[in-house]
Ligand binder design. Structure first.
Ligand code: NAD
Length: 487
């Protein structure tokens, strides 16, 4: 059977590379190659930059209202094509249809719609200085680059392009080489909705393409989503041409459960924050701190619900709520973390092994895994695993748990469950994290800014704050009084 071959999407259409290099894309649930993609080479990159510069001229000259109208049309098209797009995301990532069909496309479309609405509201300020005055203009940056991770491919492409385009920039987007198709579909939709050619280009390939983006002097900004280690490399590379950067990186977020809370809700949060998308979510609450009085009851309910309510299997089965990890390599890495937890003395309560669900025997599944009695120095408590591995740690006092929760180089997210409203805010205000939830976990609406503290990132995506990261301020001083000069 001949496999479909996809290319980069430049200036409103697919563009072939010249060196002929291709890579395979695998469905993680089956282990089968489902299509191939041409790696962007120097010729593709040059075309991408030239067309993005041209696209920027046209797009930035349009009014915010016009840009917003087009983005809103694109959002509507994303929703109309929800099922076809969700199927692409399911096959590329291995996540269940149950999730992809209601989350991935929807949250991408929400962002495009939200920033479509914001496009006409980007304003400067004006101030009188004696007889003179000045005003500021929020001007677009020019050609921006987006580099995405593989866990929410289409959503990430939307979260980066929507604010960039709303502000009048053009964007060259590089999806992860593991999940390249969603971004092409987004480019087709933008184009069909009326976004001019060159305003959203997609270049395909691995880190080499990312490096071409970060080193190109014609690119004004890089918005990156991925591992903290890669983020540091990207930022260092971008610094050579003094690009501005937004960094959405990894985490090892705490979820703190006080003994006055609704136990069922707290267990739901822990499961959601560790097993949704097979644990491949950057904001996951992978360090679950449980106050000692309810520790045993919490674990008992957690184990029961993990054993009974999680259905791992073929992602397209509507009952499946737990899919495959992105690759064989990533599965092996997650298994190494599980082995390290066993070796370091954590108590395995459930899971801890690979899975071979019926029909998906060659897929990359790891069972939802819970370790209890974890300590702060264990490898699985310190390092981001990005898989379905929950570490549960008992604690006694509020002061102690705040200190332990902050004892990490990351600072992406944090959650707290308590019935005491005063304590809820008091604790949250002390946590070193950019995205916090009280009696909730994981929600990330387009209206809410998200981003990390410490090694989890720089800048913010979503919310009005994102507009500041895709514009630059020009100050214009206007003299009405005669200019005084000593000469
Ligand atoms: P990764 O860092 O391996 O790759 C991310 C992207 O960077 C890919 O497109 C990759 O091709 C590219 N890349 C790799 N090396 C590069 C280089 N030297 N220069 C330029 N580009 C380069 O991350 P991943 O494995 O794809 O994704 C998982 C990670 O992403 C996790 O750490 C997760 O926490 C993080 N993540 C963060 C957020 C967030 O919003 N904070 C969201 C999703 C995922």
């Amino acid at each position: 059977m001949t496999l479909p071959i996809y290319q980069s999407f430049i200036n409103g259409q697919p563009l072939a590379n010249q060196n002929g290099e291709r890579f395979d894309v695998v469905n993680p649930a089956t282990g089968q190659v489902i299509y191939q993609v041409e790696q962007a080479d120097e010729s593709v990159m040059q075309a991408a930059v030239a067309s993005a510069q041209q696209g920027f001229k046209t797009w930035s000259a349009m009014t915010g209202l016009e840009r917003g109208r087009i983005l809103n049309r694109a959002a509507a098209m994303l929703r109309e094509q929800n099922d076809a797009l969700a199927e692409i995301e399911m096959r590329d990532t291995g996540k269940p249809w149950q999730e992809a069909s209601v989350v991935d496309v929807v949250t991408g479309a929400d962002s495009v719609e939200y920033f479509g609405g914001q496009a006409s509201s980007i304003v400067g300020e004006s101030q009188q200085i004696g007889p003179d005055f000045f005003y500021t203009r929020r001007e677009p940056l020019g050609v921006c680059a987006g580099i995405g991770a593989w866990n929410y491919p289409l959503q990430i492409a939307c979260w980066k392009s929507a604010p960039a385009l709303a502000c009048g920039n053009s964007m060259i987007f590089k999806p992860s080489e593991e999940t390249p198709l969603g971004a092409i579909k987004l480019a087709e939709i933008y184009h069909a909705a009326g976004v001019p050619a060159g305003v959203f280009n997609v270049v395909q390939g691995d880190y080499r393409v990312g490096q071409m983006l970060t080193s190109d002097p014609a690119i004004a900004k890089v918005s990156f989503t991925g591992e903290a280690k890669t983020g540091r490399t990207v930022m260092a590379d971008a610094s050579r041409t003094l690009k501005s950067v937004t960094m959405e990186l990894g985490g090892k977020s705490p979820l703190i459960i006080f003994d006055d809370t609704n136990l069922e809700q707290a267990v739901s949060a822990a499961m959601l924050g560790n097993f949704y998308t097979q644990g491949e979510i950057c904001t996951n609450g992978t360090r679950v701190f449980v106050q000692r009085k309810i520790y045993d009851a919490f674990l008992a309910q957690l184990v029961k619900r993990t054993e009974n309510n999680i259905i791992a299997g073929a992602p397209e089965n509507p009952n499946t709520n737990f899919g495959a990890l992105i690759s064989a390599g990533h599965r092996d890495l997650v298994m190494k973390y599980i082995d390290s937890a066993k070796a370091e003395g954590a108590r395995l309560l459930v899971g801890g092994s690979k899975l071979q669900p019926a029909g998906c025997e060659n897929g990359y599944f790891v069972a939802p895994t819970v370790f209890a009695d974890c300590t702060d120095d264990m490898t699985i408590v310190r390092e981001e695993i990005f898989g379905p591995v929950m570490a549960v740690l008992p604690f006694d006092t509020e002061e102690e748990v705040v200190q332990r929760a902050n004892n990490t180089e990351y600072g992406l997210a944090a959650g707290i469950f308590t019935a005491d409203i005063t304590r809820a805010h008091r604790v949250i205000h002390q946590l070193e994290a950019g995205i916090c939830w009280i009696n909730s976990f994981g929600a990330s609406p387009a209206e809410m800014p998200v981003g990390g503290y410490k090694l989890s990132g720089l800048g913010r995506e979503n919310g009005r704050e994102a507009l500041a990261h895709y514009t630059q301020t020009k100050s214009v001083y206007v003299g009405l009084a005669p200019l005084e000069a000593p000469f």
